[in-house]
Design a protein around this ligand. Structure first.
Ligand code: MN
Length: 240
């Protein structure tokens, strides 16, 4: 059987550090690549480029993965920047928004992690909390640094009859590396996992013409340590 081709939208940094001669680089974390390969898919990294290229890129792939990274530019949901030293990339936002639009138009499934989930919500008309640190008086750390990236640190509860229920069961623990989260959910989406302080942690599609799974945690950090985080990549490659 032909291997499903999984496009992974890349990130860019201006300075890759001394070992790479301070070059500007285009990259995606190996977690996405290895996990897709382990699940029997063929990963194809899609470098940030002009939105005009999105149509041709999406034609080449069977499914799209949107990775973590920068904050989504608040202007895209009509707010001024409220976070000090926000890390933003308008080029990446523009390119990935075009990929999302094309993936939906060409009926290709989308799996989105962290920023990816947030961007799909914004693309479909939703908004974000720019900083959730004052969201609740419950003491749940959604930015678990310095705890190691593969270690689950907070609980989530999944909704009945959801993809996440099928993969993760009713209740599990996940890692957490975010200080932003979904505020208003886009109409075409539904929440399928919450943390105990009420943060939206998992989102799926409400609209039969859009195939979408988004998680606020990082399976790419834990696919080689936790069965459930590899299982989500199996699901994405074979079933989504
Ligand atoms: Mn979290």
């Amino acid at each position: 059987m032909r291997r499903p081709i999984i496009g992974i939208a890349a990130n860019e940094i201006e300075d890759a550090g001394a070992r790479l001669y301070h070059l500007p680089i285009s990259y995606t974390p190996c977690g996405y690549i290895k996990a897709v390969q382990n699940a029997g898919g063929l990963p194809l990294v899609l470098p940030v480029g002009s939105p005009d290229l999105a149509k041709d890129y999406i034609k080449q792939i069977d499914k799209l993965i949107l990775a973590g990274g920068q904050n989504v530019s608040p202007g895209l949901y009509g707010e001024p920047i409220q976070v000090e030293e926000a890390s933003l990339s308008e080029d990446r936002d523009r390119f990935e928004l075009a990929l999302i639009k094309e993936a939906i138009a060409q009926k290709k499934p989308i799996f989105a992690v962290c920023r990816g989930l947030q961007l799909v919500n914004v693309a479909l008309g939703g908004s974000l909390y720019q900083n959730i640190s004052h969201f609740s008086d419950m003491n749940i750390a959604h930015m678990q640094v310095p705890v190691s990236r593969e270690i689950p640190t907070h609980q989530i509860h999944t909704e009945d009859k959801s993809i996440l229920r099928e993969i993760y069961g009713k209740k599990t623990a996940v890692n957490s590396f975010h200080f932003q989260a979904v505020k208003e959910l886009a109409e075409k989406l539904k929440v399928t996992a919450f943390s105990e302080d009420g943060i939206i942690e998992g989102v799926e599609s409400n609209d039969p013409s859009i195939v979408f799974l988004g998680v606020q945690w990082h399976p790419d950090f834990a696919y080689d340590h936790l069965e459930q985080e590899m299982a989500v990549f199996h699901y994405v490659v074979k079933k989504l």
